[in-house]
Design a protein around this ligand. Structure first.
Ligand code: GLY
Length: 585
């Protein structure tokens, strides 16, 4: 699938670095007022300021929908629900109603909770369902067939969040997405490129063939209005009937029909039995900061806290950002956290004895940290676990309202445009999340396929995720709201951004944009971003025994920080998101 592209840095607002430097105190308020007047929304990395609220997402139209809800008196949960539905229309490669995800919520008093709306395996699923008659992985079947579709969780999760913590009527939150789908919005170059790519080999009967076409049967071109009438119809059912609008009645009936006709597993019973689950967040600390993130079935929170605990043991003043020592150290920390991820983590409802307290404890971090050798790379033991298949087209958004309630939400279809399958009558794309399970029981390879037990397929089990929606609190209030897409790289890009803000004191746009690496234990390699690591550093790392691999980009972070002194939220969207943007007011 196409890698995310980096958009041009398109706003001079990020030149306002005075906020973090705090040099010209007297001039600051004036600059703040000017920036608030002129820079309350922005695409790309530019920082945006808002005293009353902020939404940062991978589509600026969806961010605006969220801000409109805040302006109407909605809270951060209301804005998140509306933004999530809007992204299902405007950012269909990952925004969805046919997938699933996680929401971390912290109210203004600093109390945090999470909502798990991860997809589930259908009742008819089994541990060996992706194997051929010789017990080998049936190539491709766990990526691009209807059997890869997990029971979607998004509508259940958004509905639960609204029922428990929302303020405005549900209908008002779904309506903007109906308007966007029905009346359309202007096709961007980025979406057009996706449309051409997805149509390269598409047959007229394929779902993706008709998906981007207008009423003349032509693919909608950049600048033309793209309408999605079938999606608008599905969203209307959800607007009118809430949770049941998706999991019962017309939509459920059509999903079952479509699955039966085309070899899928999901039935009306699967849909009726699906429910989102409120779970206690994973909590950790780093110096004076409290970190709240997603518990299993995401591995994100546990790995993040484990890595931050290891780094708390290091005097980072002596390790310059982006130096060889820095890259080596964080790669070694990642290697250890990912080994633990593979060994221990899965759906908590199927793995009641996961050692979460141990993995997130300071004592365990000390033990794990002890055998890091600062002069040479460790070796990942390939006789154990791993997992190569991870979709990287998830999407994240961060929201805060004027009371200080904050939401960090990451959701996904797994691959870009998920399974690329769906019913024309419903207008939305099904996920291919089943590939996040360990596909071959007991088989682990150097290339990174994991075969460990906690994440094998079982009926109604949730597949292990790497999504890491995170809120960091300072003095009991949301201080940093952050997350990213990127499959397993999510954990590491969020980790490095948190570290950049908390330990290296970077302002949010710098923290998001600056060099990131990824190590996931197996394969045993450091993945780095093109142009962002010097050849000298690479040579020094190789001399220490590291293998390196270059990619165009890692992550697409959407973040908000709070400046308590000036009582202002500062948002920034990663420039790797072509249509992303922060909107504040
Ligand atoms: N599908 C990506 C993840 O859940 O980590």
């Amino acid at each position: 699938m196409n890698e995310p592209r980096r958009a041009a840095d398109n706003n001079s607002c990020n030149k306002i670095e005075i906020l973090s430097n705090k040099i010209i105190k007297d001039g600051f308020l004036l600059i703040l007022v000017i920036s608030a007047l002129f820079f309350t929304n922005s695409k790309g990395t530019a920082q945006v300021y808002g005293q009353n609220g902020m939404v940062v997402s991978s589509n600026i139209l969806a961010s605006q929908v969220g801000i409109d809800i805040l302006k109407k008196g909605g809270n951060a949960i209301d804005a998140s629900v509306a933004t999530a539905f809007a992204l299902a229309v405007t950012h269909p490669k990952a925004g969805n109603i046919g997938g699933g995800g996680f929401l971390v919520f912290m109210n203004a008093a600093g109390e945090a909770t999470t909502i798990d709306f991860r997809e589930k395996a259908p009742i008819a699923a089994s541990a060996n369902m992706f194997l051929d008659s010789t017990s080998k992985l049936f190539k491709g079947i766990n990526h691009n067939s209807l059997k890869t579709v997990g029971v979607p969780g998004t509508v259940a999760g958004l509905y639960m969040a609204h029922q428990k913590y929302g303020k405005l009527p549900w209908k008002e939150l779904v309506q903007p997405s109906i308007d966007l789908a029905k009346n359309g919005f202007v096709m961007s170059w980025d979406l057009y490129e996706d449309a051409l790519f997805l149509n390269e080999d598409a047959k007229p009967t394929d779902f993706m063939y008709s998906y981007f076409r207008n009423s003349n049967g032509e693919i909608t071109k950049p600048g033309e209005v793209w309408k999605q009438p079938s999606l608008a119809k599905s969203l209307k059912l959800i607007r009118n009937k809430g949770h049941d609008g998706f999991y019962k009645g017309e939509i459920a009936h059509e999903i079952e029909n479509y699955m039966k006709k085309n070899g899928g597993l999901i039935t009306k019973t699967d849909l009726e039995k699906y429910s989102a689950i409120e779970r206690k967040p994973i909590k950790g600390t780093y110096k004076e900061f409290e970190i709240y993130s997603m518990p299993p079935p995401s591995s994100g929170g546990v790995a993040l806290v484990e890595m931050m605990n290891m780094l708390e043991l290091v005097d980072l003043d002596s390790i310059e950002f982006n130096s060889t020592d820095y890259v080596h150290l964080i790669a070694e920390v990642m290697r250890r956290a990912f080994a633990d991820r593979a060994e221990y983590l899965g759906d908590p409802d199927f793995n009641p004895d996961m050692p979460l307290d141990k993995l997130t404890s300071k004592a365990y971090a000390k033990k794990r940290y002890q055998n890091i050798d600062m002069s040479k790379a460790s070796v990942s033991d390939s006789s154990l676990y791993g997992h190569p298949y991870d979709g990287n087209n998830t999407t994240h958004f961060s929201v805060v309202d004027k009371e200080g309630n904050a939401v960090s939400l990451t959701y996904t279809l797994e691959d870009s445009y998920g399974s690329q399958l769906g019913s024309n009558n419903l207008g939305f794309i099904f996920n291919n999340e089943m590939q996040d399970f360990n596909p071959v029981p007991g088989v682990t390879t150097n290339f990174g396929q994991i075969g460990s037990a906690p994440n094998l397929i079982a009926p109604e089990k949730r597949m292990l995720s790497s999504m890491t929606p995170t809120i960091v609190a300072k003095n009991g209030k949301p201080y940093l709201i952050i997350g990213s897409p990127g499959g397993r790289t999510i954990i590491n890009t969020v980790f490095q951004t948190v570290l950049n803000v908390l330990a290296y004191d970077m302002q949010i746009d710098k923290a998001i944009e600056t060099m990131k690496i990824h190590h996931q234990w197996l394969p045993d390699e450091i993945v780095y971003e093109r142009f962002l690591m010097s050849p000298d550093t690479r040579a020094a790392l190789q001399a220490m025994g590291h293998r390196l691999r270059e990619v165009k980009n890692l992550g697409s972070l959407m973040g908000i920080t709070y400046d308590a002194e000036f009582k202002v939220y500062i948002g920034a969207a990663d420039s790797s998101s072509p249509n992303g943007g922060a909107v504040g007011y």
